[in-house]
Design a protein around this ligand. Structure first.
Ligand SMILES: Nc1nc2c(ncn2[C@@H]2O[C@H](COP(=O)(O)OP(=O)(O)OP(=O)(O)O)[C@@H](O)[C@H]2O)c(=O)[nH]1
Ligand SMILES: [Mg+2]
Length: 841
């Protein structure tokens, strides 16, 4: 930000305050300096000359690294180079930045110009200055299907977002990320390393907080025990930055995620550290010790008495737990020579026993049971119940000694026992099987996710529907801007061609089509002045990455212009070349055809619209849902019968990772070591599509999918994890294969359609098996596990349901794989399909 702001200052020839003031409504206060993380507004008001120069400097045409910090931040994160390739001297950096941001629903938000999934207030002020077409600066925080569970993985992976260790030694009041200090301002501290962040930095440093308030680099690490008491207690600062829903989710995660729980070795009971299963037992019992902290404890399993080592009893917990070592006589450091279950009791206990009229001379050894009944050792004669009388209970409470609950959980009187009490959440989590859903952009992961939501979870809430509506409405503008940008480029190509072809006639052109030579500067891609203005304005907005700030406020207003532009012959001509536009999805026309309807306030997305729109949320990072497959639809019945489905309680957590979260050598996968299966999605119909690599160079999209597949498969964190490949978009593939030969993709150069005719297979089917085997071979060259392949059409809900049932079976067989039933699964699933394939190995 600093560099951009400085450039802005220079270019504008004035101070940032002056520049900012011009953009804010009169009388509006300037945001405080800490919040000046926003370079955009300053940049936008540049006079044309200097800005162009600046932009030219900042970005090369092919997406080479740019000098502007904000753009840099984003550049490493996205597979595509700048998508608005302006002619000649270079791209405007902001436009490139916006283009990166918009690829697949704005997953990339430059770290320095925005807060990723969480955006804060001052940004709206930047939107106010955006020129004549500006709509209301309504800033809508993208909230998604699993609000708070989603995150922008870019920032997590950026590495630079977390301060180095040395920075953490800075004094109190100093933000560990930006280094700005203000003792009076609230800071949010990492529960692990205590790094403190100001309100501008906290969300950048902590991402979407899957384990609560921890720096991204501290995720997975145990918390600082001194902070255990604040677990799940939200700070004022956070409550101002996040929505209530997000807060609830973050705090829940903070309290309940496995990493924040006590570790067994932190609890020493009767002189021995616990084992994991013992900790599970103690936490999962009907009366666990509340607010358990790390430490040394004693436990009397006969009476259920529990206390800190060397101290009087503290509470009564469930008896007969098999935890820790043997109760020692000196466990509570008593010196009374009166013993309960082998432990020498403390003076206080003795006093209470006496007040309760229990005869206990020296050297008495009692057996006390969990209901309070007691007898002397060896006498086999119950002499009474210690805590029976109300007076005894009162005395105990006066002396802060525990008494058993009158209706202990599990007793007949306690009707709520067990039925209501849930197993601690983190134990529950162990029963949740995580499924990681990945794939290259556009492969269909969002569609699968949304289908799963329809199938197994609750359909979208009103809030989520509203978000979908916004996504669809702003998509209109993204699609149109892609077309307008391409139109400009195509027009230039044609006019430049004309110009070089008629150099002798010396026709003057300026490439912008606005001079006296206008009539010579017309071609099939030319538009009128009015649309040109609109186009410039829209592309500018896109370049600023401010789409969300303008829409949907502006949606209704400009719907007719969008429609006019879309129907314009120049745009239609451009659309004919959609194969050359890697970022124009197939669904563009589906939505643009209905621009006016979609832009209206009354518009309500249909289920089809929701499935067709790209992405899940506007931020479109990480998202998850939980479901179990017991409430199966009819389609899954055959599977259930065939494979005897596992216990209906098995829960699945489907985690969808945006492909951009997988950059930098798939680092994000390290966070998912405990996933039960990797579900990798490939779009079959991508074989003729182009895709920009991180270098900006275009390549075949299937090759890009292959590369991503290879890097995921080779990742050490998931070496032992079952891998399911979903070959998606079979419908589009079927339609395309007769028009476009599979061999256009270099990986499939040896595909022979002749074999399809020989084997009486449809060409599509034949090609499908060929591709499946290609992936299987590739997988086999990296891993010694088996690749499970499933063909699907994610837009058809039943195929998604079947895919999940298939995955369920894969997991089930994986559990018993040593019994060598893999082969059975393989046969049962593949046999009908693969046996007829000439490529079956
Ligand atoms: N024809 C066809 N289109 C599909 C199918 N599955 C998904 N699509 C469409 O493909 C487009 C991209 O799908 P998404 O689900 O958004 O893809 P993604 O993997 O989430 O990609 P990003 O969100 O861009 O990373 C959407 O318009 C979907 O409607 C399919 O089986 N057939
Ligand atoms: Mg998508």
């Amino acid at each position: 930000m600093a560099s951009a702001a400085e450039e802005g200052r220079e270019a504008a020839g004035g101070s940032w305050e002056a520049a900012l003031r011009r953009m804010l409504p009169s009388g509006a206060p300037l945001p405080d300096e800490e919040q000046l993380d926003y370079s955009i507004a300053i940049g936008y008001d540049f006079p044309p000359g200097p800005r162009d120069a600046l932009e030219r400097e900042a970005l090369d045409i092919h997406g080479a690294p740019v000098s502007t910090t904000a753009v840099d931040d984003c550049a490493h994160a996205l597979p595509g180079g700048p998508r608005f390739n302006r002619r000649g001297s270079g791209d405007p950096p902001r436009r490139a930045q916006a283009e990166r941001a918009r690829s697949s629903s704005v997953a990339c938000v430059p770290a320095e110009s925005d807060g990723g999934a969480f955006r804060s207030g001052p940004r709206t002020s930047s939107a106010r200055g955006t020129g004549s077409f500006s709509g209301s600066p309504r800033r809508l925080r993208p909230e998604g299907v699993t609000c708070g569970a989603e995150k922008d993985p870019e920032e997590d992976l950026a590495g630079g977002t977390v301060a180095p260790a040395s920075a953490r030694e800075r004094k109190r009041g100093v933000c560990f990320r930006c280094g700005k200090g203000n003792i009076l301002k609230e800071r949010e501290a990492c529960l692990v390393c205590d790094a403190r962040y100001c309100r501008n930095c906290v969300l950048k440093a902590m991402g979407s907080m899957p384990e609560g308030r921890k720096c991204v680099s501290c995720i997975g690490r145990p918390i600082d025990e001194s902070k255990r008491s604040v677990l799940g207690k939200c700070s004022k600062m956070l409550s101002k930055l996040c929505s209530p829903l997000e807060i609830r989710q973050v705090m829940k995660a903070e309290r309940e995620c496995a990493a924040n729980q006590l570790r067994p070795e932190q609890l020493v009971v009767n002189g021995r550290p616990l084992r994991q299963e013992e900790l599970d037992e103690v936490l999962g019992c009907s009366m666990p010790p509340q607010k358990l902290r790390p430490g040394r404890y004693w436990y009397d399993k006969d009476s259920g008495l529990w206390g800190k080592e060397g101290e009087k009893p503290d509470r009564i917990i469930t008896s007969k737990l098999n935890i820790g070592g043997k109760l020692q006589a000196d466990a509570s450091n008593g010196n009374t020579q009166v013993y309960i279950n082998g432990r020498e009791i403390t003076k206080l206990e003795l006093k209470v026993l006496k007040l309760a009229n229990v005869q206990c001379p020296r050297d008495t050894h009692f057996w006390v049971y969990d209901d309070g009944s007691y007898e002397e050792e060896g006498q086999n004669n119950i002499r009474g119940k210690i805590w029976e009388k109300a007076s005894t209970r009162l005395i105990c409470s006066l002396f802060k000694l525990p008494t058993p609950p009158e209706n202990p959980p599990g007793s007949k009187e306690d009707i709520s026992a067990f039925s209501v009490r849930s197993v601690p959440e983190y134990l529950e989590q162990k029963r949740v099987q995580k499924l990681l859903l990945l794939g290259l952009e556009g492969s269909g992961t969002s569609t699968i996710f949304k289908q799963a939501k329809y199938l197994y979870e609750n359909p979208f809430s009103a809030e989520e529907m509203q978000n979908m509506k916004l996504m669809i409405q702003s998509s209109l503008y993204r699609y149109l801007s892609t077309l307008l940008e391409a139109r400009e480029r195509f027009e230039d190509e044609v006019l430049e061609g004309k110009q070089s072809g008629s150099l002798q006639s010396k026709i003057p052109t300026n490439g912008l089509g606005g001079t006296g030579a206008q009539k010579h500067n017309q071609c099939a891609y030319s538009i009128n002045q009015r649309l040109r203005h609109f186009s410039d304005w829209l592309l500018q907005i896109m370049a600023m990455g401010d789409l969300d700030a303008f829409f949907p406020a502006a949606t209704r207003e400009y719907a007719p212009v969008v429609e006019e532009a879309w129907k314009h012959p120049a745009i239609q001509e451009t659309y004919k070349r959609k194969n050359e536009l890697p970022f124009l999805p197939d669904v563009a026309s589906y939505f643009l055809d209905r621009a006016v309807e979609i832009s209206s306030n009354e518009y309500e997305p249909t289920q089809e619209d929701i499935l067709y729109v790209e992405g899940i949320t506007q931020c479109n990072g990480l998202a998850f849902i939980e479901f179990s497959l017991d409430d199966r639809s009819q389609t899954s019945q055959p599977y259930a019968e065939k494979f005897d489905c596992p216990h209906p309680q098995t829960k699945y957590q489907l985690i969808r990772v945006n492909s951009k979260g997988l950059n930098e050598g798939c680092k994000l996968l390290e966070m998912f070591e405990d996933v039960r299966a990797i579900i990798f999605c490939v779009s079959l119909s991508d074989y003729d599509q182009m895709w920009p690599r991180s270098s900006g160079k275009l390549c075949n999209k299937m090759m890009a999918s292959k590369d991503l597949f290879e890097s995921v498969v080779s990742h050490p964190s998931i070496r032992e994890t079952p891998f399911v490949l979903l070959l998606n978009k079979y419908d589009a593939f079927e339609e395309k294969i007769s028009r476009v030969p599979l061999t256009v993709c270099e990986w499939f150069a040896d595909f022979s359609p002749v074999k399809a005719r020989d084997s009486n297979q449809s060409l599509a089917n034949h090609a499908y098996y060929y591709i499946a085997v290609k992936f299987k071979d590739l997988y086999a060259s990296i891993s010694n596990r088996k690749l499970f392949v499933f063909q699907m059409k994610a837009r058809e809900r039943n195929t998604v349901d079947e895919a999940f049932k298939y995955i369920q079976e894969v997991l089930k067989w994986d559990d018993v794989k040593d019994e060598n039933v893999y082969g059975i699964l393989d046969e049962s699933i593949y046999s009908t399909e693969f046996s007829s394939s000439p490529y079956l190995k």
